[in-house]
Design a protein around this ligand. Structure first.
Ligand SMILES: [Zn+2]
Length: 261
């Protein structure tokens, strides 16, 4: 009798485990995002790996390659929420989406704009680099591309060869005009998200008030004729619904014809 009860118990437990497995696999189907390939593109000054992820379902043959960078400044974390939203679903058919969730993990841990060497990565790129005061929050570093995070992002762009790059910052709540490019991509993102398409003062190339030096977008757009990089400025705070809207807009952008110069 005890043996039969034991056998029934084993059967009951097996049935529960099987049911849980079915539930788990259907959950996986609904949340089928994640990465189909991961590249370690470099390490931070403190040795934290910086990774690029190719979203599951991406088509390596797609003509348009979208790269999304969640964060470069450690105290501007909300773009990582957009990346997380993108990671919760497979890439749309005919798209190739790459994600760098965090380009400055040391800054994120420290809660600072700059990296662990107190350099502003977004002033350290080697086009229009300008020496600056080490005490400044936008310190450009001892020399162009002196920082491992800068080199990691450069190597990612060289390896992934994106046609479109959207990099998130805060807090101006607008889509900046891409340096050296028409604002077509910003206008399209504006249409899809409701954020205004507007040059951050001085960003427009040739502007006499242009104050930006050594930024990621200046480097990409000056170096790669087939790529357009644009800065998306989230606000100080962003509701979850807006994050979802932006992630959906990026999915639309990813399947559209690339906004080439
Ligand atoms: Zn920023």
């Amino acid at each position: 009798m005890i043996l039969i009860e034991g056998a029934l118990l084993v059967l009951a437990i097996s049935a529960i485990i099987a049911a849980l497995n079915i539930w788990q696999s259907s959950a996986d189907k609904n949340m089928a995002g994640g990465c189909q390939a991961t590249l370690v593109i470099g390490r931070s000054a403190e040795g934290i790996p910086i990774e690029a992820c190719q979203l599951n379902g991406s088509d390596p043959q797609a003509g348009n390659v979208l790269l999304v960078v969640g964060s470069i400044h450690g105290d501007e974390p909300d773009g990582k929420r957009v990346v997380d939203a993108l990671l919760s679903n497979v890439a749309p058919v005919g798209s190739n989406i790459w994600l760098i969730r965090d380009g400055n993990p040391d800054g994120a841990l420290l809660g600072t704009r700059r990296n662990a060497n107190e350099v502003d990565i977004n002033r350290n790129f080697p086009v229009k680099w300008l020496a600056s005061d080490p005490a400044a929050r936008t310190y450009s570093g001892p020399s162009p591309a002196s920082e491992p995070e800068t080199i990691a992002l450069m190597s990612a762009v060289e390896k992934i060869a994106p046609t479109q790059i959207v990099v998130f910052h805060q807090p101006y709540e607008l889509i900046d005009c891409p340096p050296e490019r028409p604002s077509t991509i910003s206008d399209r993102l504006s249409q899809l998200t409701g954020y205004k398409s507007e040059c951050i003062p001085g960003e427009k190339s040739g502007s006499p008030t242009n104050s930006y030096t050594g930024t990621f977008t200046i480097w990409v757009n000056s170096t790669f004729p087939n790529a357009t990089a644009v800065t998306f400025e989230l606000g100080q705070t962003t509701m979850d619904a807006k994050i979802t809207t932006i992630s959906q807009a990026l999915r639309v952008l990813a399947v559209e014809k690339a906004y080439l110069p």
